[in-house]
Design a protein. Structure first.
Length: 441
């Protein structure tokens, strides 16, 4: 006797994100670098030649959805496993069944959501079965697998990095949700393009978050006859945030990060904190801001204050650990520090100068004296001949030539007198003076 579905099992009672979950790769949004025509992951899925792999990426980018698409296409037995609710006992039961399947010539694909939640012992339980081919393991994680997945297990898996969806990809997803019958296509929903863009910007690359916000906004929209009108005010009430009115090209987004960067460069902590607050309160990803501050620490401060990079990295880690709203104070500390500390762009300029030469002089050979010579033949060819080990020298300095012949005497790094860089400048002048004196001997 077949059971009748309950009221709560009807599709329309499911959250919008569940109703619109992509059923195949053609309905999937984002990850073109992996799933575009001819890309490696798409080929593996379409040909049902999936190997053990890890999907690594932020929430809401399609890790679980990809696993379900694989489940729908594969001829293997597909087992969905959660690291939150499963332990060693459950792992062993599944492995025993997978081993039986293997003996009868049937593959087993095991999908483990949130694999980073498994401890070392639990992860070790998978290893022998992955090694002998009893299972094809597909893990999903929001954490860096280099740190959260055992090295032995990780070495047997291909890691695919899934990226946060772009604002334009989320906007396309939201427009489809309004018209698709699985979404709100059976209703008359009126929502302006800029309001769609606003929701997409708030979501910070998370498709699930974008759809949830849209659903809440439509359910709380203004009923005008048979129409549901969604305004920016409705969205702001649903998100408890004000809109930055990001446009389709993201111009305002880049205007704000530019304002933050240039305020720090101009040593104006008050302006820098204001622009920081503008971005955070509009829903900007704190990790994005932390990455830009980290770039600033080397681009605009560099060796004038080597601690700036340490503080920027610490702020990024703090944002990663605790998120918003608590991490706002860590970003404020970093932004104020960057604003008031001495500035130097000499490291950035040094790289740009070297880059220009590197691109136009790609054929310049490495001097034989600093080439490695791991084989007898290479030694016979003169590799490493005459190499001077600086640590053995009295002054820890040698006159050995490290640049190609055509670039001898070229200077890329030109230190300033700002902050701690004054010490580096003095030291560099001592080194150059020593080399000039000893080169004459």
């Amino acid at each position: 006797m077949n059971e009748q579905p309950t009221f709560f099992e009807h599709d329309e009672m499911q959250p919008l994100a569940a109703r619109l979950r992509p059923r195949d790769l053609d309905e999937f949004y984002g990850q073109k670098h992996l799933l575009g025509e001819g890309k490696v992951l798409r080929r593996l899925i379409e040909s049902d030649r999936v190997t053990s792999m890890i999907f690594w990426g932020p929430p809401g980018v399609g890790k679980t959805t990809l696993a379900r698409i694989i489940a729908g296409r594969t001829k293997a037995k597909f087992i969905d496993f959660s690291a939150v609710t499963s332990g060693i006992k459950e792992i062993k039961q599944v492995m025993e069944q997978a081993e039986k399947n293997r003996r009868f010539g049937e593959k087993t694909i095991l999908f483990v959501d949130e694999i980073h939640r498994f401890n070392k012992a639990q992860q070790d339980a998978f290893l022998p079965f992955v090694e002998k081919g009893s299972i094809i393991l597909i893990g999903a994680t929001t954490e860096n697998p280099s740190f959260e997945v055992n090295g032995a297990l990780l070495s047997r898996c291909k890691v695919f990095v899934l990226q946060a969806l772009k604002t334009e990809e989320l906007a396309e997803l939201l427009r489809n949700a309004v018209t698709d019958e699985r979404g709100f296509g059976r209703q008359k929903v009126e929502i302006a393009p800029e309001t769609i863009e606003m929701i997409a910007a708030f979501a910070n690359g998370d498709a699930r978050s974008a759809l949830s916000t849209l659903e809440m906004a439509i359910l709380n929209g203004d009923l005008q006859g048979d129409r549901t009108v969604v305004t920016q005010e409705t969205v702001e009430q649903c998100t408890s945030k004000k809109s930055l009115l990001y446009d389709k090209t993201g111009e305002e987004h880049y205007n704000l990060i530019s304002a933050l960067h240039k305020s720090m460069r101009n040593s104006d902590p008050d302006a820098a904190v204001y622009w920081l607050a503008r971005m955070l309160e509009a829903g900007e990803d704190p990790l994005y801001i932390a990455r830009r501050v980290t770039r600033f620490a080397s681009e605009d401060i560099g060796l004038a204050d080597p601690r700036a990079l340490e503080i920027a990295i610490a702020a990024y880690q703090a944002c990663h650990f605790i998120g918003m709203p608590e991490c706002s104070v860590h970003l404020t500390e970093a932004v104020v520090y960057m604003s008031v500390t001495p500035k130097s762009n000499s490291c950035d300029v040094a790289y740009l100068r070297a880059k220009q030469d590197a691109l136009t002089m790609l054929a310049e050979p490495v001097p034989l004296v600093i080439r490695n010579a791991p084989t007898k033949l290479m030694k016979e060819q003169g590799y490493g001949k005459g190499y001077q080990y600086a640590h053995d020298a009295e002054d820890k300095l040698t006159t050995m030539q490290c640049l190609p012949d055509s670039l001898v005497g070229k200077e890329y790094y030109l230190p300033t007198e700002e902050g701690a860089e004054a010490r580096f400048k003095a030291r560099l002048e001592e080194i150059k003076a020593w080399k000039r004196e000893h080169s004459k001997k």
